[in-house]
Design a binder for this molecule. Structure first.
Ligand code: SAH
Length: 436
């Protein structure tokens, strides 16, 4: 499926989805959940928790040599999504194949992040859990895979997040924490009320998970805010703090919270696997951490929308005045709006629009429009601009009947600003569509 293009580039399933027929022939437990579609293809019904569990256990065994047990009444992780997050953490800490130290907040019955991180990269983990059943299973899963030297599972009280887990070790610096927080604030949200665009199809997979796993007071927003507040006390005890988000609309208020608190390094990404989208946020109090450069940000619109742009050109764009001084203005609030069905965060497909105001305040080099300006108004070359928030390369490419605008990071204050500009462009163009 097209959405797979935003799976992490190193995700082993990115271009090679699991081969159900092969796995069924090798694993009898999995075979009983594989059916044949009308067109003769082997398929798995993701609405059946037993089938999801069988697939997860089979993939962990086949591809990572891990044998795990998970009860049906607790959250059953899907492997491609969890891998996306692990690879992003690798990017954050530059930690592939190096012994690193991490914390998994709410490890679940599977203990999947520590098991994957330890197996793939030799990472050490402190894994926390509040739920007795999850704690027991997680402990057993670590032991039966002989990973007790690398992974320590601890039971923590409900009210605490990082502070208590770190109380005993006052010196140790951790490279990162990761967390897949309980998603829903209440029963209604868990059923999908308020959390989805009504035009969207219902979720294609079952929502497995017990009450403490998927519901937390205030939902993921409050849960992550509590981690942010712990991080404000712990600061450099961890190089990177990170959280996965189940709802895109959680991203903007959390980034705003981090901005308000003056956290110096903030970045986010999105994970896409099949039809499931997730987002992740990371922040750091270290000035020397390198924010990973992911694949470029892209905006896609139909060709007729861009009569004034010359297809196939590159332009260097330096954003000094284009972005609002307080990032909270349009890009951030715009992100909270309900996105159209097809928005994946990377592509925006639109029927028609006009491109207005996107290049006026920027320095666009060597475009015919710029060249025809009187010299006093003509923008200066990006290389001579002294004060800029960031510079990026803007490619405008024709792809069949679409125009794709790609933004490639060059240099600047924070890569996230480029993502904000991309979001701003998307939102501006979407508004134009809505009006027409
Ligand atoms: N990491 C696993 C499980 C995520 S579900 C996965 O990705 O599949 C969220 C987990 O957080 C649940 O197991 C829940 O019991 C646990 N949890 C909830 N509140 C917690 C807290 N305050 N501290 C630690 N774990 C918590």
């Amino acid at each position: 499926m097209a959405l797979n293009k935003s799976m992490h580039p190193r995700n082993r399933y990115k271009d090679k989805p699991p081969d159900f027929a092969y796995l069924a022939s090798k694993y009898p437990d999995f075979q009983q959940h594989v059916h044949t579609s009308l067109t003769g293809k082997p398929i798995v019904n993701f609405k059946e928790p037993e089938a999801v569990r069988a697939l997860t256990c089979t993939l962990l065994k086949e591809d990572f040599g891990l044998a795990i047990e998970i009860p049906l009444e607790r959250l059953i992780p899907t492997v491609p999504l969890r891998l996306n997050y692990i690879h992003w953490v690798e990017d954050l800490i530059d930690g592939q194949k190096q012994p690193r130290r991490g914390i998994d907040i709410g490890t679940g019955a599977s203990c999947i992040y520590p098991l994957l991180g330890a197996t793939m990269n030799g990472w050490y983990f402190l894994a926390t859990e509040v739920d007795d059943i999850c704690f027991d299973y997680a402990t057993k899963n670590v032991e039966q895979n002989n990973l007790s030297d690398l992974v320590k599972v601890v039971k923590v009280p409900q009210k605490t997040l990082l502070m208590d887990a770190l109380k005993e070790e006052t010196e140790m610096v951790y490279d990162f924490c990761m967390c897949n927080p309980p998603f829903f604030a209440n029963q209604l949200e868990a059923k999908g009320v308020n959390s989805r665009n009504s035009r969207r199809p219902p979720p294609s997979s079952v929502n497995t998970g017990g009450v403490t796993e998927i519901m937390a007071e205030g939902g993921e927003l409050e849960f992550v805010k509590r981690i942010i507040h712990d991080s404000l006390q712990l600061k450099k005890r961890l190089r990177w703090y990170s959280c996965m988000l189940g709802k895109k609309c959680s991203l903007a208020p959390l980034k705003e919270e981090l901005r308000k608190q003056g956290v110096p390094k903030v970045t986010h990404t999105e994970f896409c696997q099949g039809r499931t989208m997730r987002w992740a946020l990371a922040w750091s109090f270290y000035d020397d951490v390198v924010v990973p450069v992911s694949e470029c940000s892209r905006v896609k619109v139909t060709l007729c929308s861009f009569p004034q742009l010359f297809v196939g050109q590159s332009a260097m764009l330096s954003a000094a005045s284009l972005l609002p001084q307080t990032p909270a203005v349009s890009p951030m609030t715009g992100e909270q709006k309900e996105a159209p069905e097809k928005v994946t965060g990377e592509d925006v497909d639109m029927e028609s629009s006009t491109c207005t105001g996107t290049g006026q305040e920027a320095d666009l080099k060597e475009t015919p429009a710029a060249a025809s300006e009187p010299p006093s108004k003509r923008p200066v070359s990006p290389s001579t601009v002294k004060h800029f928030l960031f510079k990026c390369l803007l490619n405008v490419i024709q792809e069949q009947s679409d125009v794709v605008i790609e933004m490639h990071w060059v240099e600047g204050l924070n890569r996230d600003l480029m993502n904000q500009l991309c979001t701003y462009l998307k939102n501006t163009l979407l508004k134009t569509v809505a009006k027409s």
